[in-house]
Design a protein around this ligand. Structure first.
Ligand SMILES: [Zn+2]
Length: 736
């Protein structure tokens, strides 16, 4: 009986909606128009940007269904006396309210399906999360917004005033929630106010599912807030329900509603998880992490700013995590103006440079062969973080590493929760089926799948790039490697390679390519990549000239070939390696029966690698002379290529290749930062992140000066050098 009545009511409401031009306009035409405007005009057909706009659009749509789809039929039915007739039947006010709610959910679901279908079809938007979660978010949002429709429906006098009242709520909820324009663009005051609007919670929940691919657990707090608003709203608005237009509106009920909403949303604003409303697509900024309340004044050192500039007797002021002042030191100035949280360091005779950036590492690689238990443990990676920081490396570009763990590492460092170099990452490399480096990983099941995306068609290439984009990688690494004569390898097909690069460019993602030969380089350059990795087996002058004119970066990673140095380093001939390489790893590399000694140190191998190193350095020299922008990268993680240590050796090899010491400093600081679009990293300048290294000697006079690291600052914190290798990097260690 109850169900039958409910069904009859829902049917009546649906008819009312279909008949009402106002309802159809706000529930269907308006969202569809908004979708086309968003997709074609604002996102210019860009699938990623269009995807970022969907949460706002879906919120607006649900607001329309909740407000207009409930209020208009309700007022209409009261006007024509339908409700009065119902009043004499055993139907309760709650049942009428419920029937409106169900109607709004049904119509809202239809519009949701229509919009997501259109967006997928027209703009190829990508749904990062699950459709089930999306529907749960929709239901929670509906429960919060339908009471608003009931409120309008109960209070509006007639069908003419109802839309006016609905719009009174509609527009503020739309603009202040970030549904129409990203909240990240709005002033702080509005952002704070936005936290008391249910629609802001809804936009956040939709973003979590569609953009970030999060599950129900991650957005539980937000959904509970919406449900709480819904329950309170339902109870209160049913007390406002009127069977006839002549019934008075209860002022008391209206006041109760206002107060309850304020309480629920006020509590939510304080207690619910923080919104990520500051995030804009493609605008990721490395946060330096908190180092609150500390002002450091570094006095008297020579600053080499990483951009080619030099200030003798400098004064560098760091507040919290940023550099706020870089000037010539004026000794007449008082230092202790800001109270006792000011730390003054006298650095006369020393040299301040930006923290070093290693543009090519593999955190996943141990630099050994996995034959000691220690190097297979987390301890090894923790050790490498400390070793890199000890060598002055405060940022790295991790290539061909596990995507999810690199992202969480990057986030932990940015939030100052992990003591490790800032990690920019590519995630898995895109290569041919069975191509390099997938072949190398065959020894461990599953590893090739984790660290590469092996593609053989254009569609697969495009899908792989899309997946990396969803994984929020900083750079896309592709591989063009035909192998050596006698041991050829499957190489990416030209069309497939071009499709991948084109897709990355369309998504405004950075690209870099592992190349084997000059032909690989030419294809990569022609496809429009941003960088090349490794000194290829001979690049022609024409190729180098093209790279120079198109400003394509070149990361030669000479050191990974330098077997002579590696043999010296593991046997104690390199002070830095002795200090920073994991002792058990050096021991296993030295073991006469170990893989390294047996397979890598034969006379033939030595002669081969000496030739390869000389060739690579020669190639780098030609690139330098041609004006190619060089980046310093170590390829750390490869056999006997130790984190931190290998980069310092690479700087020495760059000097051997004829790079000026001034340009080497740029190649390991501001140039790699700029290439990563991180204009606040890699320089000693006002406003930059305070990642700094203090050296005892001048690196523009002698490349060996990089071996004289005295102290390292990461995001304004001075690291305790004595404890970097002996304590867990999970906790920050401060120096004095
Ligand atoms: Zn590599």
């Amino acid at each position: 009986m109850f169900l039958q009545g409910l069904m009859a009511l829902i049917k009546a409401h649906m008819l009312e909606i279909v008949r009402s031009k106002t309802a159809i306009f706000w529930m269907l035409a308006f969202p569809c128009g908004f979708l086309l405007l968003n997709g074609y005009v604002m996102a210019r057909g860009d699938a990623r940007v269009a995807g970022y706009m969907m949460p706002g659009l879906l919120t607006i749509t649900l607001m329309s269904s909740g407000l207009f789809g409930v209020a208009l039929p309700m007022v209409q039915q009261r006007e024509i006396g339908l409700l009065r007739r119902l009043h004499v039947t055993p139907v309760s006010a709650a049942a009428v309210a419920l029937s409106h709610g169900v109607t709004a959910v049904i119509s809202g679901t239809a519009v949701l399906a229509l919009l997501m279908g259109l967006a997928t079809l027209l703009f190829r938007i990508e749904m990062a999360g699950s459709w089930v979660t999306l529907f749960v978010v929709f239901l929670c949002g509906a429960s919060a917004l339908i009471p608003l429709g009931l409120l309008v429906g109960s209070t509006a006098r007639d069908v003419r005033t109802a839309p006016a009242i609905a719009n009174l709520l509609f527009f503020p909820l739309m603009f202040l929630s970030g549904s129409a324009f990203p909240l990240a663009m709005m002033p702080d005051g509005i952002k704070r106010f936005a936290r008391v609007l249910p629609t802001t919670y809804l936009v956040d929940a939709y973003s979590s599912v569609i953009v970030r691919g999060e599950g129900l657990v991650a957005i539980g707090g937000t959904l509970l807030t919406l449900l709480a608003v819904g329950v309170v709203g339902m109870v209160l608005t049913s007390s406002l329900f009127r069977w006839e237009g002549t019934e008075p509106i209860s002022r008391k009920a209206l006041a109760a509603i206002a107060v309850s909403f304020a309480v629920v949303l006020g509590t939510a604003a304080l207690a619910a998880p923080a919104f990520r409303i500051d995030e804009l697509p493609g605008n990721r900024v490395i946060q330096a992490g908190t180092a609150k309340g500390v002002t450091r004044i570094l006095r008297g050192a020579t600053v080499l700013d990483g951009l080619g500039g030099r200030i003798d007797n400098a004064r560098v002021v760091i507040r919290d995590q940023r550099i706020v002042e870089v000037t010539v030191d004026d000794s007449t100035r008082a230092d202790s103006t800001a109270g006792d949280s000011v730390v003054v360091e006298n650095l006369v005779g020393r040299f301040i440079i930006p923290g070093l950036i290693d543009s090519h590492v593999h955190w996943g690689g141990s630099a050994g062969f996995g034959d000691t238990p220690e190097e297979r443990s987390d301890l090894r990676m923790e050790h490498d973080f400390g070793a890199a920081l000890s060598a002055g490396v405060t940022s790295v570009v991790s290539l061909t590493d596990d995507m999810a763990s690199m992202r969480s590492l990057a986030e932990a460092v940015a939030a100052a929760k992990e003591r490790a170099p800032r990690t920019f990452f590519s995630g898995p490399s895109i290569t041919a089926r069975g191509g390099h480096p997938a072949k190398m990983f065959e020894f461990m099941p599953g590893m090739a799948e984790q660290l590469t995306r092996q593609v053989s068609t254009e569609e697969e290439a495009v899908a792989a790039v899309a997946e990396l984009d969803r994984g929020d990688v900083d750079i896309v690494k592709l591989v063009l490697e035909p192998g050596f004569p006698g041991s050829p390898m499957p190489r990416l097909d030209e069309k497939v390679f071009r499709a991948a690069v084109a897709e990355a460019k369309r998504r405004k993602m950075l690209t870099t390519v592992h190349i084997g030969t000059d032909a690989d380089a030419r294809l990569a350059i022609d496809a429009g990549v941003d960088g090349l990795e490794h000194a290829a087996r001979g690049l022609t002058q024409e190729t180098l000239a093209l790279m120079a004119s198109k400003r394509i970066t070149f990361t030669p990673t000479n050191v990974v070939l330098d077997l002579a140095w590696k043999e010296r380093a593991i046997s104690g001939g390199d002070d830095l390696a002795t200090r920073l390489a994991l002792p058990s790893m050096r021991k296993s590399l030295l073991a006469p029966e170990g893989i390294f000694q047996k397979n890598f140190t034969t006379d033939a191998m030595r002669a081969n690698m000496a030739r390869a190193t000389a060739g690579s350095v020669q190639q780098t020299a030609l690139a330098v002379r041609a004006g190619v922008p060089i980046l310093a990268g170590s390829d750390a993680g490869n056999p006997a290529t130790f984190a931190g240590v290998a980069l310092i050796r690479e700087l020495e090899l760059l000097a051997e290749a004829g790079m000026t010491l001034r340009d080497i400093l740029i190649a390991v600081t501001s140039r790699p930062a700029d290439r990563l679009r991180q204009s606040r990293l890699g320089r000693v300048a006002s406003g930059a992140v305070a990642d700094l290294v203090v050296l005892d000697q001048d690196p523009t006079l002698d490349v060996a000066a990089y071996r004289t690291v005295r102290s390292v600052y990461l995001g304004g914190r001075k690291l305790d050098m004595a404890k970097l290798l002996t304590t867990s990097p999970g906790t920050w260690q401060f120096g004095k």
